[in-house]
Design a binder for this molecule. Structure first.
Ligand code: ARG
Length: 467
């Protein structure tokens, strides 16, 4: 058959019942090789496991098995050295590899696809890829936790304002604030590990959808590929993409945590806050304003969370209307996952660098820790503890003290004892001992609280739990 642009030849792989080949547009919309070439290592790994199993089960001769194995090794080397010619007309990674295998070893290549389908093949390849990637991600988050823990340790006693509603609320320590993120990224890691445990079942051998009539050993391939067991239902095996969704969900949550931290860095580096300074390595200058140091990396981490969340959304929408089992829609599962993985990897790396280099302005933190009457709760607590006043009443008395300080334009600690006693006679000079921001933070010794001694102990405990 001669090939023209209108009448291209049918595929040698599935073209048996076709007279003509796909149009150019059909090829463009159908081909996934542009992105699924990223699955090459997993595809070859899966094919080798399948081949070894076919030989062991007596479905494939030992000689064919050896030829296939050698051919696959050669293809792996060709791809890794950049010599492999990926072809759009061969649609995807599976057919690119198989076609090259036929060029290399001839007819035996055609026996590799016995007792499998591209449907279980792609499900297996993709699971392997997500599993590998998730492990890398988990390690990267651990590195970020290590950087946060170093900052937390160095600033276990650095007092700063803690906020609710972005209004100064109570003094906390900078170390305590860093530890909040250590917890978030710890949960992100455990979500990834949970997802890994659930996804670690092997779909290979489900074939197109119904299983196969060949005497295959699915336990053998599952074990060879590091899976805990084969998947239990062949229909589910080829149509499940939960594993990708769970990865994306975990990635989206982690990206959200990164974005919140990034937002705080953007806020804290402003001239109005000046809590921290980012290094030259993670900032840029302005082409017009010589004084500017822009927190671009933090802003981009904040922005990129949107893409990761979008990728989760994209795949949920691809999947939500699909009847069982495989539909070609599912080929579109890969780009969202690849993009989310790349984006998150870069965001974690950027955040780790920013945190590692972060300079903390302890003087400025301390100076602003008391602004906004942040020790007011400590006066109320003092009234409860020392004078036996019910908390609601103590709250009211303290409110009047705050109003007096506000009217005078001074801090709570600048009021005289006479002024305090004018509001409530039960107040004594002892109350001044709780008015400093250091005393306030140091008094919060409840488990998980912000007292410097707690924070130091929490850093040590977190190192045990997470590193
Ligand atoms: N490239 C395809 C995908 O990623 C492989 C599976 C194709 N299967 C099929 N029956 N067309 O989904």
């Amino acid at each position: 058959m001669t090939q023209t642009s209108d009448q291209p030849s049918a595929s040698t792989i599935w073209g048996g019942r076709f007279a003509g080949g796909p149009s150019a547009v059909m090829q463009r919309i159908n081909a996934s090789i542009g992105f699924d070439k990223r699955l090459y290592a997993q595809d070859i790994r899966g094919s080798k496991a399948h081949c070894a199993m076919l030989v062991k089960a007596g479905i494939l001769s030992a000689a064919d098995g050896t030829a296939i194995e050698n051919g696959l090794n050669r293809i792996l080397a060709e791809i890794e050295s950049g010599q492999f010619q990926f072809k759009t007309e061969l649609e995807d990674i599976h057919m690119n590899v198989e076609t090259r295998l036929a060029e290399l070893i001839g007819e035996a290549a055609g026996r590799l696809h016995t007792a499998r389908s591209r449907n279980d093949q792609v499900a297996t390849d993709f699971r392997l890829w997500v599993r590998d990637t998730l492990e890398g991600m988990e390690g990267a988050l651990r590195g970020l936790q290590a950087a946060l823990l170093d900052k937390a340790e160095a600033h276990a006693a650095s007092v700063m304002p803690g906020f609710t509603h972005l209004q100064a609320a109570q003094p906390v320590t900078f170390g305590h604030h860093m530890l909040a993120y250590v917890e978030m990224f710890g949960r992100d890691r455990s979500r990834l590990k949970d997802a890994r445990a659930r996804m670690n079942e092997c779909p290979l051998g489900a074939a197109a959808l119904a299983g196969t009539s060949f005497p295959i050993d699915r336990h053998m391939t599952a074990e060879a590929l590091g899976f805990d067991r084969p998947t239990a239902n062949s229909l589910d095996s080829v149509s499940d993409r939960d594993f990708a969704l769970e990865f994306l969900a975990a990635a989206a949550i982690s990206a959200t945590h990164l974005s919140r931290l990034a937002e705080e860095l953007v806020l804290w580096t402003t001239a109005q806050f000046r809590f921290v300074a980012l290094s030259d390595g993670y900032t840029t200058g302005s082409s017009i304003m010589p004084q500017k140091r822009n927190p671009d990396a933090a802003e981009l981490v904040r922005a990129k969370a949107g893409r990761v969340i979008g990728n989760l959304n994209a795949l949920l929408i691809v999947m939500k209307g699909l009847p069982l089992t495989y539909s070609k829609d599912m080929q579109d599962d890969k780009e969202p996952v690849f993009e989310a993985a790349d984006t998150l990897e870069l965001s974690i790396a950027a955040m780790t660098g920013m945190i590692r280099d972060l300079e903390v302005n302890t003087q400025r933190l301390k100076d602003s820790a008391g602004a906004g009457f942040t020790t007011a709760t400590d006066i109320a607590d003092w009234l409860v503890r020392v004078a036996g006043v019910p908390f609601r009443q103590a709250h009211h008395i303290t409110g009047r003290i705050v109003r007096l300080a506000e009217d005078k334009g001074c801090g709570l600690e600048d009021l005289s004892l006479e002024e305090l006693r004018g509001i409530d006679a039960r107040l004594t000079a002892d109350v001044f001992s709780v008015l400093s921001v250091e005393a306030s933070a140091a008094s919060r010794t409840s488990f998980g609280g912000t007292a410097p001694a707690n924070v130091a102990a929490a850093v040590a405990a977190a190192r045990q739990r997470f590193l």
